[in-house]
Design a binder for this molecule. Structure first.
Ligand SMILES: C[S@@+](CC[C@H](N)C(=O)[O-])C[C@H]1O[C@@H](n2cnc3c(N)ncnc32)[C@H](O)[C@@H]1O
Length: 469
């Protein structure tokens, strides 16, 4: 959307485009623009009940690498069908349509989009506020999500490799990067044919963890032609075509999963497990409270000992086949069941991270208790009950390893190390004026990570035995 454009006209033109392209939105909903919330969807004066379909979006109206004007010529290599490769290729398709202006068949839709989304990947080359914000993200989950430096560099390399063949002379790397931010913050994977796509109307809903609507698509279509039923590319037994079903031309739907009150904003979900790190990196915003926030480690970050990693794989497989593991994790205040190496927002440690700490202890321990017996002992300790004394050193060693991990992780947040242990980050945030929005966003995100790590340290501290002097 051109920043000087009249927003009412922009939305009216988008609605006109929707009606010309059979994109249908329930009359009880309206598309709103407000300066503080940009475009969003609200109910008018009627509530809407669950299971209602509030939007039909014909497949032919979406913008994908299969439907765009470059579709016949774009490379189809496997690297462009998923992940960053798919995002870059869709950004190329989108940018080409933007450069076509009113000649693009998506013009009415494209003119309603913002020029770009202010994602951290753009901050490195930005103003003082942006540059300062980037320094706060070094060593955080946000940096992991997007590799602050390398994402922009990869987008630029892709542009250099592709632009001459696919884009007109007035194209620029800056324009392509802006298109990439729109793809990052708006595109959905719709089905096995179109893959990652720009979906008009569906992308006008903002995100919430308590979402009202979600997108429904038949993912398993023919990856070669998009057919939902029988097609010439089938190699197995053919499914019959349903009478009256135009399978090349069906719709994606926005369906209500939780009743929507009247006069309220209607939210979609961009992903049920997205924490603030992913939201900031990919969408440029954070939620005030996000129950998915966590600190993560990869195996490589935790150990460079290949034997330990191999022992872990076997031990995890065996332990996870024990039926009692999940319920025992649920009985613990300090451990939760998760097949990743994480600490969650309550300072709980995933059972896999716990197991790796246990195995590290076990390598040097004279006796060999089972992980379950040590977990049981820990749960008893948490409840203040009597515990077999021979298991206490193992419980304490695991708690000590968890504490070391948290301290090391805090030290990895570069800005914290630079400022020293006495720095009050809350005070720094309070001192930042409103004309530093990116730094405020980054510092408030860092506060979330500090609070998770400190919560974990505090929760586990009671289990750490003092070292014998
Ligand atoms: C799919 S678009 C949603 C429509 C968008 N509001 C617009 O004006 O075009 C995603 C973008 O909307 C904004 N957004 C979505 N949910 C949000 C939320 N809960 N809080 C703040 N911004 C949000 C972010 O800028 C995000 O990159």
């Amino acid at each position: 959307m051109n920043s000087g454009a009249n927003k009412d006209t922009v939305i009216a033109d988008f609605q006109q485009w929707c009606s010309e392209n059979d994109v249908w939105l329930d009359d009880r909903l309206e598309i709103i623009y407000s300066p503080d919330a940009d475009i969003h969807i609200r109910t008018k004066n009627q509530s809407i009940s669950a299971s209602t379909t509030v939007s039909y979006i014909p497949k032919r109206s979406i913008l994908s690498t299969k439907s765009c004007s470059l579709a016949e010529t774009l490379p189809q290599d496997a690297e462009y069908t998923h992940g960053l490769g798919a995002q870059l290729m869709l950004a190329l398709a989108l940018y080409k349509e933007q450069l076509l202006g009113s000649k693009s068949r998506w013009h009415g839709y494209l003119q309603s989009l913002p020029d770009f989304v202010d994602l951290p990947m753009l901050w490195q080359d930005g103003c003082k506020d942006a540059k300062e914000a980037v320094t706060w993200l070094v060593g955080t989950e946000v940096e992991k999500e997007m590799s602050v430096g390398s994402l922009l560099a990869r987008a630029r390399r892709f542009y250099e490799a592709m632009s001459r063949q696919f884009l007109p002379q007035d194209a620029s790397v800056g324009g392509f990067t802006k298109a990439f931010t729109l793809v990052s913050s708006r595109a959905f994977i719709v089905d096995a044919y179109h893959g990652l796509s720009m979906v008009p109307i569906a992308d006008a809903f903002n995100h919430s963890q308590d979402n009202h609507v979600h997108i429904e698509t038949d993912f398993d279509v023919c990856p070669l032609c998009g057919a939902l039923y029988e097609c010439p590319h089938d190699d197995g037994p053919k499914l019959e075509t349903h009478v009256g079903q135009n399978h090349y031309d069906s719709c994606y739907e926005m369906v209500v999963n939780s009743p929507i009150p009247r006069h309220s904003e209607v939210f979609n979900t961009y992903g049920e497990t997205l924490g603030n790190a992913a939201l900031l990196a990919r969408y440029g915003f954070v939620l005030d409270v996000n129950e998915n926030d966590c600190i993560t480690w990869s195996m490589e970050e935790l150990t460079d000992d290949a034997d330990l990693a191999a022992t872990f794989q076997l031990a995890a497989y065996e332990w996870e086949s024990e039926k009692s593991l999940r319920p025992r994790c649920e009985s613990s205040n300090l451990v939760y069941y998760s097949e990743s190496f994480t600490v969650d927002g309550d300072g709980k440690v995933s059972h896999r991270l716990w197991l790796l700490c246990f195995l590290t202890y076990q390598r040097n321990a004279p006796s060999s208790p089972s992980p379950m017996s040590v977990l049981e002992a820990q749960i008893a300790c948490e409840a203040g009950m009597d515990v077999d004394a021979s298991l206490i050193p193992a419980v304490s060693a695991i708690a000590s390893a968890v504490s070391t991990l948290c301290c090391t992780r805090k030290a990895k947040i570069k800005k914290l190390s630079d400022l020293g242990p006495d720095a009050d980050i809350g005070e720094i945030l309070d001192g930042l004026s409103d004309d530093r929005p990116r730094t405020r966003l980054a510092v408030s995100y860092v506060l979330t990570e500090i609070s998770i790590l400190e919560c974990c340290l505090a929760e586990w501290s009671d289990l750490v035995l003092p070292h014998p002097s």
